[in-house]
Design a protein around this ligand. Structure first.
Ligand SMILES: *Cc1c(COP(=O)(O)O)cnc(C)c1O
Length: 227
């Protein structure tokens, strides 16, 4: 069996087992295959295995892949940092953007969203561990930004995303994710359409699922290490 095929099956099994362990419905967790730096042929392999959600972090690279794979049933997620001069292309090419952290960026994504497409799904990135080096808003700013974004007609606020500080201890991994779950529940109270909590990567997926993640972003464990 091809490695990607085997890896996808293993990850799916792990999602299912972990979900059951924490009394969750495995169907409530979406697997996003993070294909950044990997070739189009790897995406095609995953597609043949029934994987449809793919995540990219670099616009230039993604542009090439999206056009090469045009016509395939792929949902494209932008998970990288967003420069203001890139919002037109990002809004035209992607279905989801996970990394919104400023109203200005949301406003531009809204203004540039092509009219023939459905509104762009967006997530607010939260800097849950308040790391100086990391993108995202502090958790206490979520409600104000959400309120403003809600007014934009061509984007649809769907939830939150986080990349916590790295821990190897499973209990420590769960702490920031627990805070994210609280922020998400709070957000849902005022914005009931929010249904997506994007958290968990190859090394901490189980901790994220334990704390309510509805979308895990997995790169290495599917496609192997990036160079
Ligand atoms: C690269 C990346 C991932 C995937 O990380 P792995 O450890 O390879 O699973 C997930 N989320 C974001 C935002 C990324 O940039």
């Amino acid at each position: 069996m091809h490695n990607i095929e085997k890896n996808l099956a293993l990850i799916q099994q792990k999602i299912e087992l972990t979900a059951r362990q924490f009394q969750r419905d495995p169907q409530s967790i979406t697997l996003l295959a993070v294909s950044k730096t990997k070739p189009v042929s790897d995406i095609q392999t995953a597609l043949r295995c029934g994987q449809h959600d793919f995540g990219e972090s670099y616009l230039q690279e993604a542009e090439h892949k999206i056009s090469a794979l045009d016509g395939n049933p792929i949902v494209w997620h932008y998970i990288g940092s967003i420069q203001s001069n890139k919002t037109r292309k990002i809004s035209a090419l992607f279905d989801w953007v996970h990394s919104v952290e400023r109203f200005k960026i949301a406003r531009q994504l809204d203004a540039h969203r092509p009219l023939h497409k459905a509104p762009l799904n967006i997530l607010l990135q939260v800097n849950i561990d308040n790391e100086a080096s990391k993108s995202g808003i502090p958790v206490h700013e979520v409600s104000t930004l959400a309120e403003k974004i809600e007014q934009l007609p061509r984007v649809r606020l769907r939830g939150l995303m986080a990349i916590p500080a790295i821990h190897t201890d499973p209990q420590q991994q769960r702490e920031p994710y627990r805070k994210m779950q609280q922020a998400f529940i709070e957000l849902q109270r005022r914005h009931p359409q929010c249904d997506t909590l994007s958290m968990g990567m190859s090394d901490d997926m189980q901790a994220a699922i334990a704390e309510g993640s509805t979308l895990v972003r997995i790169g290495t464990a599917i496609f192997g290490p990036r160079l």
